[in-house]
Design a protein around this ligand. Structure first.
Ligand code: BGC
Length: 732
C-alpha cells in the first residue's frame, strides 16, 4: 500500500475507529476496522516462544490442543552462547512461529540489563553487559522480523527489578542511562530495525515510562528515528493526557474493561469536552494510527501476500538444540571428571528435582506451553541408551506448583493480580500466603530429610553421580525478586553432604540467574551451569556431560559470591522504596567488581572447554584517527592445543590508560566465537570504531573519545587477560 493510501485511510477513519486501533480490545489485540480492510493487531508473549491462547477477555487458558509451540532457550541461555548466528536462528524460529500462530507482534525480546543478580526476570534478559546484549539482540530481531511479524523490544527502560515494578521511580545519571541501560535498545532500533518497543512499568525521573516524554518522544523518536509502534506494558498506562502526547501508540492492559482504557473512551471525552486542544490532540492520534498502519503495511497486513509461517517445524529442532548446547557453561573441571565415558558408567545416579522438572510452564508471561521439553534426566536416558542403569532420587523436596501465575489464591488472573502488588489487599493476601507457608514448612522439612537420606545412601553405590539442582520459575519469575542468592530447598546442605560422600559428584545448576555457591563450591571439582535452555535443553546438557559436545558457553553476567557484593546492594539501593537511585552509576556487573577489586565466584565471560586454547600475538594498528571517524584494526591468533575440536570466545576489552573522568577498569568492546579443530590455529582481524573508545560526556550531551592512550586487552573472561597492546588516539 502506498503512503498516500495510508494517509487517505487516516482521513477516512472516524475518531472512534482510531481510538479502537490504539488500545486493546482483547487482552492481546486491538480492534480492526473491517469496513476499511484494517485487521485487528494481534500480539502474543513472549521471549521463549509463542504463548498459549487465552480467552479474549479473561486470562483463562482455552485449553486448545493446537497451541503448543517450540520452547526456545531463554535470552540468558542465548546470551551465554556468545554466538550471533544462533541469535539469528533463534529469532527466525520465533518469528516463524509467531506468524504461524497468526500473530502480528511477538512481545520479545527482553533486554533489560541485569543490575543485580536478584531481579526475578533476569532469565528473560541478556545479562549485565550492554555491548553483549546489543550484539545478540540485533540478529535476534532480524531473524524475528524476516517473517512478516514485528518484534517488541522490552521493557523500555530501566525495568531492572520486579519489586514495586509498577510504580518504582528510577533516578539514574544521564551517563549510566546512555552507557549501560540504553545501548541494547538503541542497537535494537537503529541496527535491528525493530518495529515495536514496549514501555516499562516503572517511572524514570518521576514519569511513567509508558508515557515518558524524554524516553519516547525525545530519545526514541527524535534521536533514534524510531518509526514503529510503541506499546505499553500491560496496565502500564496511568494518564490519558500523557499517553496522548508523550509518544505512546498503543495501550494494552490486563483487565477486560477495554472501553475504559486511558486511550479509549476517556481519550474521546477529553477531546469532546475540550480539555485539550482539539486539533493538536487529533494530530497526535493520527500520528499513532500512522505508526500502526505503516507497521501493518510492512507486515503485509493491508494488502499483498503475507508469509504464512508455521510452528513446531521439525527442521528447527537442530538450531534449538545447538543453541542449548552452546549455552552450557562449564565452570569447574578440576580433575577432568568431565566428560564422562558412557561405556564406563554402568550405574549412574542422578539426584535433584531439576533433573526431572519441566521448566517451560513457569516464569510469568514468559511461560511456554511446549510441544515437549526434554528434561536432563530424559537427556541422560537418551544419550546412554540401554547399557546403563540409571537411578533417580529427587534429593530434596519441592512441591511448589512451579508457576506463580498458577496460584489461584487471588482472582486466578495472575497478570491482573500483579497490578495489585502495592495495594493493601495484596499485602493481606501475601500475609495469608506466608502463614500457610509456615504450616507447610514442618511437613516439607520432614520430607526433605527423607529425600536427602535416600539420595546420600544411593550415592555410595554408583559409578557416577550427577546432581541437577538450582532454581525454578518459583524464583526466576516475573512479579517478584529473589530475597537472596541462596539455593532453595536446603540444597546447600544436600550438596555439601553429597560431596562429602562422593567428592566426584558432578554438580549441575540449572537456573536463570546467579546463585550463591559459597557453601560448597570449593569442594566441588566439577561444576556446570545450565539455564532454561528450551525444549532440547536436557538432551544438550547430557551431550555435554558425556562428551558428545564440547562446552563453549560463557557467562553473560558475573556470578558474585553473594548478593551483598553487588554494587546496588552495597549502596542499599536495591530494591529501594518509592524511588531507587542508581548510585552505583556505570559500575554495574564486572565494571564494578573489576574496578573496585571485589572477588567474584565466577567472572563475566568465563567458561571452560574440554580442550585448551592459546590466544596470542595481539597487535593493533590505527587505520584512521580523525574527529569524524576512528578505525583501529586488531589482529591476534588463536590455537586449539588440545585433542578435540572446540570453540573459544575471544573477548576484547578496552581500558583508558589515563582517564579524565572516572571509568571502569575495562569494558567489553568486541568478541568473536571461534571454532577450531584439534591442533588448528586461526588468525583473526577485527575492527574497532570510535564507540569502542568513547564514554558519554554529560556536559556535552554526547559520546566522546578523549585524546590519549588506550589499552586493548585480549581476554578469555573479565578476569583473564592474556595479551595487551596500546593505541594512541586523538579526541573527537
Ligand atoms: C509483562 C510483559 C508482557 C505483558 C503481556 C506484563 O506483565 O511485564 O513483559 O509482555 O505482561 O503478557
Amino acid at each position: 500500500m502506498t503512503n498516500e493510501r495510508i494517509e487517505e485511510l487516516i482521513q477516512e477513519l472516524t475518531l472512534q475507529e482510531k481510538a479502537d486501533m490504539i488500545h486493546g480490545n482483547e487482552l492481546f489485540a486491538t480492534k480492526g476496522v473491517e469496513r476499511l480492510g484494517i485487521p485487528p493487531f494481534r500480539t502474543s508473549d513472549g521471549p521463549m516462544g509463542v504463548r498459549k491462547e487465552f480467552k479474549k477477555d479473561t486470562w483463562s487458558d482455552i485449553g486448545l490442543s493446537y497451541d503448543t509451540v517450540s520452547y526456545l532457550p531463554s535470552n540468558t541461555a542465548l546470551a551465554a552462547t556468545w554466538n550471533r548466528e544462533l541469535a539469528y536462528e533463534t529469532g527466525k524460529i520465533l518469528g516463524k512461529e509467531t506468524r504461524g500462530r497468526g500473530k502480528d507482534m511477538i512481545l520479545a525480546p527482553g533486554i533489560n540489563i541485569m543490575r543485580t543478580p536478584l531481579c526475578g526476570r533476569s532469565f528473560e534478559y541478556m545479562g549485565e553487559d550492554p555491548y553483549l546484549a546489543a550484539e545478540m539482540v540485533v540478529p535476534l530481531i532480524k531473524g524475528i522480523e524476516e517473517n512478516d511479524v514485528s518484534s517488541c523490544v522490552k521493557h523500555f527502560a530501566l525495568n531492572n527489578q520486579e519489586t514495586r515494578r509498577l510504580d518504582v521511580n528510577v533516578e539514574v545519571s544521564e551517563r549510566a542511562l546512555r552507557e549501560i541501560y540504553l545501548p541494547a535498545f538503541e542497537a535494537a532500533i537503529k541496527k535491528g530495525k525493530a518495529k515495536g518497543i514496549m514501555g516499562a512499568y516503572n517511572k524514570l525521573r518521576g514519569q511513567h515510562c509508558c508515557h515518558n516524554d524524554y524516553l519516547l518522544n525525545h530519545i526514541l523518536r527524535e534521536e533514534w528515528g524510531f518509526e514503529g509502534i510503541t506499546v505499553s506494558d500491560w496496565g502500564g498506562v496511568h494518564d490519558t493526557e500523557e499517553a496522548l502526547t508523550n509518544g505512546l501508540d498503543m495501550e494494552m492492559s490486563v483487565t477486560n474493561n477495554f472501553n475504559e482504557y486511558f486511550l479509549a473512551d476517556p481519550l474521546i471525552k477529553l477531546i469532546e469536552e475540550g480539555t485539550v486542544d482539539r486539533e493538536a490532540a487529533l494530530a497526535k492520534i493520527d500520528e499513532k494510527v500512522r505508526h500502526i498502519l505503516h507497521v501493518m503495511n510492512a507486515l503485509h497486513m493491508l494488502d499483498g501476500e503475507r508469509y504464512a509461517g508455521t510452528y513446531n517445524d521439525i527442521r528447527d529442532k537442530e538450531a534449538i538444540r545447538q543453541t542449548a548446547r552452546e549455552s552450557v557453561v562449564l565452570l569447574k573441571n578440576d580433575k577432568s571428571i568431565l566428560p564422562l565415558d558412557a561405556k564406563k558408567v554402568k550405574k549412574l545416579l542422578v539426584i535433584g528435582d531439576n533433573a526431572n522438572r519441566m521448566q517451560a510452564p513457569g516464569g510469568g508471561s514468559a511461560e511456554i506451553k511446549a510441544l515437549y521439553e526434554l528434561t536432563p534426566l530424559m537427556g541422560f536416558y537418551m544419550v546412554l541408551g540401554g547399557n546403563t542403569e540409571i537411578t533417580y532420587k529427587t534429593g530434596y523436596f519441592n512441591d511448589d506448583i512451579g508457576n506463580i501465575w498458577a496460584d489461584t489464591s487471588d482472582s486466578g488472573n495472575g497478570q491482573a493480580d500483579s497490578l495489585n502488588q502495592d495495594k493493601p489487599e495484596h499485602a493481606k493476601a501475601e500475609a495469608d500466603k506466608k502463614a500457610e507457608e509456615e504450616k507447610k514448612r514442618a511437613y516439607r522439612k520432614e520430607k526433605n530429610e527423607q529425600c536427602m537420606k535416600e539420595a546420600l545412601e544411593a550415592a555410595k553405590d554408583a559409578d557416577a553421580v550427577i546432581y541437577v539442582g538450582g532454581l525454578t520459575h518459583d524464583y526466576d519469575t516475573e512479579g517478584q525478586d529473589r530475597a537472596d542468592m541462596k539455593l532453595p530447598y536446603e540444597q546447600d546442605r544436600l550438596i555439601s553432604e553429597l560431596l562429602a560422600v562422593r567428592p566426584d559428584t558432578i554438580v549441575i545448576i540449572q537456573a536463570g540467574s546467579p546463585v550463591d555457591m559459597s557453601a560448597w563450591v570449593d569442594k566441588a571439582d566439577t561444576l556446570c551451569y545450565s539455564w532454561y535452555a528450551g525444549m532440547e535443553g536436557g538432551y544438550a546438557l547430557a551431550e555435554v556431560v558425556f562428551g558428545l559436545v564440547n562446552p563453549s558457553g560463557r557467562l553473560p553476567e558475573t556470578f558474585p559470591v553473594t548478593e551483598s557484593d553487588c554494587s546496588a546492594v552495597v549502596l542499599g539501593e536495591f530494591p529501594g522504596g518509592d524511588s531507587v537511585t542508581y548510585g552505583e552509576d556505570i559500575f554495574v556487573g564486572y565494571r564494578y567488581y573489576d574496578t573496585y577489586d571485589v572477588k567474584t565466584a565466577f567472572p563475566f565471560g568465563y567458561g571452560l572447554s574440554y580442550t585448551d586454547f592459546i590466544l596470542s600475538g595481539l597487535s593493533a594498528r590505527v587505520l584512521e584517527d580523525t574527529a569524524e571517524n576512528k578505525r583501529v584494526e586488531i589482529c591476534f591468533s588463536i590455537s586449539n592445543i588440545g585433542d578435540r575440536a572446540g570453540a573459544e570466545v575471544a573477548q576484547i576489552y578496552i581500558a583508558d590508560k589515563f582517564p579524565k573522568v572516572k571509568k571502569a577498569a575495562k569494558e567489553l568492546r568486541a568478541f568473536e566465537k571461534i571454532y577450531l579443530d584439534a591442533g588448528e590455529t586461526k588468525q583473526l582481524t577485527l575492527e574497532l570504531g570510535a564507540e569502542a573508545f568513547s564514554y558519554y560526556d554529560e556536559a556535552e550531551g554526547r559520546f566522546k573519545v578523549d585524546a590519549g592512550d588506550y589499552m586493548i586487552l585480549l581476554a578469555r573472561s573479565a578476569d583473564e587477560v592474556v595479551d595487551v597492546t596500546d593505541v594512541r588516539l586523538s579526541a573527537n
